[in-house]
Design a binder for this molecule. Sequence first.
Ligand code: ZN
Ligand code: ZN
Length: 327
Amino acid sequence: MRAAVLDDDHHFRVETVDDPVPGPGDLVLEVTACGICGSDLKAHDHMPPGIVMGHEFSGRVVAVGTEVEGWREGQLAASMPLQACGRCRWCLRGEVAHCETVDLIGVGGRAGGFAELVRVDPATTFAVPDSLGELSALTEPLSVGLHTVALARIEPGERVLVIGGGSVGAAVTLWARRFGAREVVVSDPVAHRRDSADVFGATGVHDPGEGPLPTGFDVVIECVGLPGMIEAAIGAVGTLGRIVVAGVCIHPDPITPVNAVLKELTMRFAVYYRRQEFELVAAALASGTIDPAPFVTGTVDLDGVDGAFAHLLSTTVERKILVVPGA
Ligand SMILES: [Zn+2]
Ligand SMILES: [Zn+2]
């Protein structure tokens, strides 16, 4: 198969590599589309050469392992980008991303979706209707948003602040409204993101260049991942408020705890999603309950992956770019 393989200089070069061979318990998907994630942009410089990245994929079943039941060739499926054991205490709770032996697909472990074919686990793969097409790849990033919002335990009528209006922030905004938030304010320095925030359900926007964050929110969700954002969230949340941190900050980030203590606030950190959340998103997309189209601003083929990374690193006007290997 053809795949966009990371080379020694951290660029993506299209090469012919071995097709994945399905074990008795596996499925192989022909990749329909695979989104480029903000975390891919951050991580690809640190990944070992020779790997195939891509974790936001969907595809059509082209091989069914001999022990797999309930799947047939030709079905379109959205798949969680991980292989979990299915037996440990975390798997039994649906927390498969925390499986004791998890293999994360497309982020340094097993080969991912910037390729024509990908091997997946049927236990964490869900059928979606053909009509979804390439947009079925949005199941993964929308699941990140759902999990983040679920951890915030938003009650109907609450006021929510979303710090960061990129793809994660947009998905969080969508789900926060679905959970009944009366007000969802999105803070982002990029005018394009503020201007389009209402498409995802935002009721208001804030420009950090114009002044400090508004305050008194029941829930603040941090989707940026840069130093200073957690302290800003502590300042913006109200008494007994909740903060959920989805931003992946790789630097030390000091806070002043007294500001959190005096509000008796609760802070949680979010990563990935539960199996049942991914399944719920696949069902919501299948039924048309949520519209993934506004999340996507472009598509490229495998040969375009390297250029798409360079483009995304140089601009703030794009949202999700989908890699379509068959294009
Ligand atoms: Zn991602
Ligand atoms: Zn497990």
